[in-house]
Design a binder for this molecule. Structure first.
Ligand SMILES: [Zn+2]
Ligand SMILES: [Zn+2]
Length: 542
């Protein structure tokens, strides 16, 4: 399938051979011309006496010398800093045309196959419905590792389980009630809907009781000072910016609000608070709490629903509000888990790697369909499609199902450390971790010169609207961030995220949120970009 040009035997000729035969003919023709006409090079003055066979041998020898010189160029030269000014690059751009046409036809084939099948959906369904929630350190996370590894082995990939030690965090009792507030009817209390955050320090089984202090920013907390915060439960009531999310800036809206979930407890603890609550970082108001990671702060940390945050904000503005809070999570001993790493070896440059990835762990409240079984599934489908269509990547396509993205990110940290020495060979790392809705294209932390090289990929993705490449200066995925920091070009599928944060990290992140046709589009985007980066004539510049 690889070459589309007929060789002398009538069988398709590999494109690399086709290109070198064209070069032989060109050089031979040049020698012929020099021989038959006035020869300007004194060192070639004996050409007239050579037979055609001898000229052909000289041609081959000259080409072999030229190839050796090109291959011995320093890595910085090969990786794209100089070629655009060189004659060699101009000739290779010229000879790349038939190669690129062939590559585009293969990419179109991948796209069309992805848009017509349900491989990724079947993977998401098994991971979510059959295995279930896959929180770090649980039996389900371990089963998911085995399942994905087995599936990738069935596809014929070289599969390794790379060890990651992770703490096993277990959710416990999570209840809260307002037991004192302005206008309270005697003998009653108000239930508060909340969930513990990863990193939570438990309360005693009986819970704690304290007054609530509501703030809308870190600055407001600081302004209150220790005197007004010590001994209290701090509530960070910072709304998620729904208008931004509705207008394609869900990532920005999330980033602004999630700062309070991540480090709010630490800031509150520093001023002597006895617990920290955050308004759920989410986009829908169905009184669902959104969990997530919070930096361990030595005090209990939870997320209340947006409705309950508003309620407490209103009541606290009227007078004193006291809460009874029980959050009894536990952290068990370290557990050995794994990143699943599976290679579809490159036929020409096996040492050069293109990563396609998603994270295998999820939160425990839902079954982690959009976060991030979908990402793992579309990465798996890249390999499945290439194998099914007998398309052989020149560089290695490496499928990674990351472990522990949600509760500390140990999987990607361990990977980056273990593979540090080879990162110079990595062509790119792609991750899908913003759901499974329609993809518009990719966020890319890459050298801007990359855009010209990706034009053929955009052409193929345009038919279903996934052709936007948006440059970013931040890693477009958490798991590929250490690689991006080390200089590896990093890309993330850019989904329509208008509803992603409605369900993100809630009990409602379940299989029914996946629209099969949109998941197929994601599989197509991942497969086309992954295969293209493994087969473009030049590596992406750094
Ligand atoms: Zn995720
Ligand atoms: Zn997540």
């Amino acid at each position: 399938m690889y070459g589309g040009v007929a060789g002398a035997s009538g069988r398709p000729l590999p494109l690399c051979q086709f290109r070198s035969q064209v070069a032989v003919l060109k050089t031979f023709a040049l020698l012929q011309t020099l021989t038959e006409n006035a020869n300007p090079f004194p060192w070639l003055r004996h050409l007239n006496t050579l037979t055609i066979d001898m000229r052909l041998q000289i041609t081959v020898a000259l080409l072999l010398t030229a190839t050796t010189v090109t291959n011995s160029q320093p890595e910085s030269f090969k990786s794209g800093h100089a070629p655009e000014y060189s004659v060699a690059a101009a000739e290779s751009a010229d000879s790349a045309q038939p190669y690129l046409a062939q590559l585009k036809s293969e990419l179109s084939e991948l796209r069309d196959a992805a848009l017509a099948d349900d491989y990724a959906y079947r993977q998401v369904a098994h991971l979510t419905d059959n295995i279930g929630p896959r929180a770090s350190g649980t039996a389900q996370a371990q089963a998911a590792v085995q399942y994905v590894a087995d599936e990738l082995r069935k596809l014929g990939l070289e599969v390794r389980l790379e060890e990651v030690k992770i703490p096993h965090w277990m959710r416990g009792i999570e209840t809260a009630a307002l037991i004192e507030y302005p206008g309270q009817v005697e003998g009653t209390s108000q239930k508060i809907v909340l969930t513990a955050l990863g990193g939570n320090t438990p309360t005693s089984p009986d819970g704690i009781t304290a007054e609530i202090v509501v703030v809308r920013s870190f600055d407001e907390l600081k302004a209150l000072g220790r005197e007004k915060v010590a001994g209290k439960i701090v509530l960070f009531n910072v709304p998620f910016d729904k208008l931004k999310a509705a207008n394609g800036m869900a990532g920005e809206a999330y980033g602004e609000a999630v700062a309070y979930r991540g480090t709010g407890a630490k800031a509150a603890a520093e001023l002597g608070a006895v617990a920290s609550l955050v308004r759920s970082v989410g986009n829908a108001d169905y009184r669902l709490p959104h969990t997530g990671w919070s930096a361990p702060a030595g005090i209990p940390a939870g997320a209340v629903t947006s409705e309950d945050a508003d309620l407490m904000g209103r009541l606290a503005a009227q007078g004193k509000v006291r809460m009874r809070l029980t959050l009894t999570s536990q952290t068990g001993p370290e557990v050995v888990s794994y990143n699943v790493v599976a290679d579809l070896k490159g036929s020409e440059h096996p040492e050069q790697v293109v990563i396609v990835s998603g994270h295998l762990d999820s939160w425990d409240l839902g079954t982690g369909a959009i976060d991030d079984a979908a990402g793992v599934a579309v990465a798996m489908e890249t390999a499945e499609l290439a194998q099914r269509l007998h398309l052989h990547p020149k560089r290695t396509i490496r499928v990674i199902a990351w472990m522990d993205e949600e509760n500390g990110g140990r999987g990607h940290d361990v990977y980056a450390k273990a593979h540090e020495a080879e990162l110079g060979n990595y062509v790119a790392a792609i991750e899908s971790d913003t759901g499974a809705a329609h993809p518009f294209g990719f966020q890319a932390k890459v050298n801007p010169k990359t855009l010209a090289l990706l034009k053929p990929v955009q052409d193929v993705l345009q038919s279903f609207g996934a052709n936007v490449i948006r440059l970013t200066d931040r890693s477009p995925g958490a798991d590929i961030e250490p690689l991006a920091k080390a200089g590896v070009p990093a890309l993330g599928i850019m989904q329509d995220a208008r509803t992603y944060f409605n369900y993100h990290h809630t009990a409602a992140d379940t299989l029914d949120k996946i629209v099969p046709q949109e998941l197929r589009e994601n599989a197509a985007a991942m497969a086309v970009m992954g295969y293209a980066l493994a087969n473009l004539p030049e590596r992406l510049p750094r």
